[in-house]
Design a binder for this molecule. Structure first.
Ligand code: SF4
Ligand code: MG
Length: 316
């Protein structure tokens, strides 16, 4: 039986696919109201799983998720609906989530209509307001999804989330499918919306460059675990974990500067059969015998800066 969150997604015209669930382990992440946390890692590291769990689309098999101080598993009735509406997801591919047979105003108005969240007479005005919020003219309301560009479709995906007046947006690779020139515009839109509404974001990307300017803090995930988390400026100026350093070394604009890091070698191991000890050890240029045996834990290495690496917490 679909859960209320899935029903809402379905009603919003989203195809409910069964995502491949990648393991997430021992993740302890608190996001403050109004904060933007960038969550970065390679494909398959579990970042989408973590985002979907935050949005209530996947239930963790252990541990808990709290929203505004309450364990979401205990929410019922109106409290649960408030959570489902309050936490909205923005996906990579807006195309797959927009019903091609519906005009944009129907797509945008649907959740309000079906859930009786606003009187019918108010819906057209709210649709127009949402279009304006995302920088689209009012006459877009009568178009179909195939009549607009990829960047505009992502704006519609964002507008649809705004219709239910959320406070927390989980954005999963929201610009990855867009041309580079359009990416910056959509990221700017996210930043404007945050300034206007005080939104909280979990902003997921495989690309450090995408989260750089929007994030207050950045968390780096590798094979289901957060291996480093710090203020965004610290991640870019004093990354401590060898994996973060390797990701930075692969960023084009960092490569032009003095190159001190070794790029990531090797394939990403399977999260289902992770390497022993530090799971990064087969790819790490600094791995020692200890790294193969003992898993490092996330520890404080500076103000608000944590990393999980033996080199940092017990220097040789
Ligand atoms: Fe590399 Fe060892 Fe640190 Fe893991 S614990 S990142 S293998 S040095
Ligand atoms: Mg993903």
């Amino acid at each position: 039986k679909p859960d209320v969150a899935q029903r809402l997604l379905g009603l919003a015209g989203r195809k409910i696919e069964s995502p491949t669930v990648h393991a997430v382990n021992d993740v302890n992440l608190a996001i403050a109201k109004g904060e933007v946390v960038g969550l970065v890692g390679e494909s398959g590291c579990g970042k989408s799983t973590l985002g979907r769990m935050a949005a209530g689309l996947i239930r963790p098999s252990a541990g808990s998720i709290h929203y505004q101080g309450k364990d979401i598993a205990t929410l019922r009735g109106k409290a649960r609906l408030d959570y489902i509406l309050g936490v909205q997801m923005i996906f990579q591919d807006p195309q797959a989530s927009l019903n091609p047979k519906q005009r944009l105003h129907q797509i945008l108005g649907e959740a309000l209509k079906v859930h009786g969240l606003a009187p019918a007479s108010e819906i057209p005005g709210r649709v127009d307001a949402a279009l304006a919020e995302v920088g689209l003219e009012r006459d877009y309301r009568n178009r179909f999804p195939h009549q607009i560009s990829g960047g505009q479709r992502q704006r519609i995906g964002i507008a649809r989330a705004l219709m239910v007046q959320p406070s927390f947006l989980v954005c999963d690779e929201p610009v990855a499918a867009l041309d580079v020139s359009i990416q910056a515009q959509v990221i700017n839109l996210f930043m404007d919306l945050r300034d206007r509404h005080g939104f909280t974001y979990l902003f997921i990307s495989h690309d450090l460059g995408v989260v750089r300017h929007i994030s207050d803090r950045v968390a780096i995930m590798y094979l289901g675990r957060i291996v480093e988390i710090a203020a965004a400026a610290d991640i870019f100026s004093r990354a401590a974990h060898p994996y973060t350093q390797a990701l930075l070394a692969e960023m084009p604009d960092v490569q032009r500067q003095k190159r001190v890091f070794t790029p990531i070698k090797g394939e990403i191991p399977s999260p289902l059969n992770p390497p022993s000890g530090c799971t990064f050890h087969p790819r790490c240029p600094h791995a020692t015998a200890r790294c193969k045996e003992e898993a490092p834990v996330l520890q404080d290495i500076g103000t608000g800066h944590q990393a999980a690496c033996h080199l940092l917490t017990h220097p040789a």
